[in-house]
Write a protein that binds this ligand. Structure first.
Ligand code: ADP
Length: 496
């Protein structure tokens, strides 16, 4: 049967999208619905699970009716989701016991410190899960719900409650309550999954006092999780791919092998580098995580992950905080209007320095000002700062994994800036590739589902679809690049 489309459900932190993708990997249409962010106290963030459903299924049904989608023309559905966000529900009634605790929520920071603060426990958790203990991850959020919702612990122990990340919730609802499962990438962000042995880890479940029967079944990202069985949605379509958003983006960028990496330049910057079948252990505060693999790989594959806290947010600050710009885009011609920054460096450590420096009490600086410094120099220094920070993360990843980066794939809002990407290529001394479609998360979910269902023949076909982007090759004299990096290291030292 010649099916025409794959659907990606892109469940993000602020909105849910249903995306229709054709055989050429083109985005045919996209329906987006935002939903409410709930802030019950300073530092707390929640989502209402029913609103997540309403927005996600609303977007899907709208897409279905716009294009008369059916079992006959849709090959599969893939899901990518905000990671770590935690919910607990009663599978007999379908009722969540409370709002979802969102990844950003800091309510369990004290609990994590108390349970995981000792050097031995931290080392044990890092060895088993690849993660550095933090309130981000699902483990402490589940415990919080069991401790703070009336009767939850008793019900969980009696086997009456289940846990899921957002993918699990969507799978469960879309399959008519038949499937309680997650994929390896989402499991690897719970801080309860042993990423080497491939199972929920009893020692960690005990540490957080979580009954094992609450946990979903864990499947490879490219597998048939179930099929659709929900009113208003065509029945019997395979739910055939699931991955957390960053891993989905890596897959959508066709980074299938060791040494391939992607960087998402948004408000912050998220970098993932594929390290193949070997889980690299970081000495630079990076986390080790499982990647989404194509079907039938037969073994687990890993990545190193790191983030820059302030990337596009620096450009926003120049625009909204200092009033130096009218728009983020104009940094491009401003930067090009001067031959260099005139010796100016900006270290945007607004909330401290992240990996590989890890100094939370550091604060930002603008260094090297002279009487000749202009707005254009500052704008250029800001874009260069994004590239330097990303450079430092990549070098840390190469050192930790002993794998050399081949090329860096980029996406996110600031990846539209050609000056930034050229400068990135110049300091990294590697090709930078921007795909035609920078919506790489939904593309990744679609690719996973479409490979599993046989819509696409294999990764070679996907690579061929990916070919027509923009490529930026290193052009700068290596000595000049090294000199600039020396200046950046000097600015970092002053900042620390
Ligand atoms: P997020 O998903 O994190 O909200 P986006 O991927 O939408 O972010 O990217 C928006 C960010 O990128 C903003 O911080 C903005 O300042 C920056 N940005 C957008 N366009 C450009 C550009 N042409 N040059 C530099 N920065 C840009």
């Amino acid at each position: 049967m010649d099916k025409k489309y794959v659907i990606a459900l892109d469940q993000g932190t602020t909105s849910s999208r249903a995306v229709l993708i054709d055989r050429q990997g083109r985005m045919v249409d996209c329906v987006q619905r935002s939903y409410q962010q709930i802030y019950p106290q300073p530092g707390w963030v929640e989502h209402n699970p029913q609103e997540i459903l309403l927005s996600q299924l609303g977007a899907l049904t709208e897409l279905v009716s716009r294009h008369s989608l059916s079992y006959e023309n849709v090959s599969a559905i893939g899901i990518d989701n905000q990671r770590e966000t935690t919910m607990v529900w009663d599978p007999t009634t379908g009722e969540p016991i409370a709002n979802a605790i969102v990844w950003q929520c800091r309510r369990t920071a004290g609990m994590v410190e108390e349970l995981c603060g000792s050097p031995e426990t931290r080392a044990m958790i890092q060895a088993k899960t690849g993660l550095l203990p933090d309130a981000y991850f699902s483990a402490s959020k589940i415990r919080w719900l069991l401790e703070n919702v009336d009767g939850a612990r008793e019900r969980a122990e009696a086997g009456e409650l289940v846990f899921g990340t957002v993918d699990t919730w969507l799978l469960w609802v879309l399959s008519g309550g038949l499937v309680h499962a997650t994929d390896v990438t989402n499991a690897s962000r719970t801080m309860l999954y042993n990423i080497h042995e491939g199972h929920w880890d009893q020692v960690l479940l005990d540490l957080f006092d979580i009954p094992a029967q609450m946990m979903p079944q864990v499947l490879p990202s490219a597998s048939v999780f179930g099929e659709t069985s929900y009113p208003g949605i065509p029945a019997g379509i395979p739910l055939a791919g699931v991955a957390g958003d960053q891993q989905a983006a890596l897959f959508g960028q066709c980074c299938f092998e060791a040494g391939q990496a992607k960087s998402t330049y948004g408000t912050g910057c998220f970098l993932l580098m594929h390290t193949g079948a070997t889980p690299a252990v970081s000495e630079n505060n990076l986390v080790t995580t499982i990647v989404a693999s194509p079907p039938n790989v037969g073994h687990t594959e890993y990545a190193l992950e790191g983030s820059v806290f302030v990337a596009g947010a620096l450009i926003q600050w120049l625009r909204d905080g200092l009033g130096l710009l009218r728009s983020a885009e104009e940094t491009e011609w401003m930067a090009r209007s001067v031959p260099d920054t005139g010796g100016v460096y900006i270290v945007p450590a607004f909330t401290g320095l992240g990996a590989p420096y890890w100094k939370s009490d550091a604060r930002g600086l603008i260094y090297g000002l002279t009487r000749g410094t202009t707005t254009e120099h500052i704008a250029r220094a800001a874009l260069e700062a994004l590239a330097y920070q990303c450079h430092d993360l990549v070098r840390a990843m190469e050192a930790d994994s002993r794998v050399a980066l081949q090329a860096l794939k980029v996406d996110g809002g600031a990846s539209r800036n050609d000056f930034l990407l050229q400068f990135q290529a110049d300091v990294l001394r590697r090709p930078i590739c921007r795909p035609r479609n920078i919506e790489t998360t939904s593309l990744g979910a679609a690719y996973l589902a479409g490979l599993t269902s046989g819509f696409w023949s294999g990764t070679e076909e996907l690579r061929a679809l990916d070919a027509s982007g923009a490529e930026f090759l290193p052009q700068m004299d290596p000595k000049r690049a090294e000199g600039l990096l020396d200046g950046w290291r000097g600015a970092i030292c002053r900042c620390m």
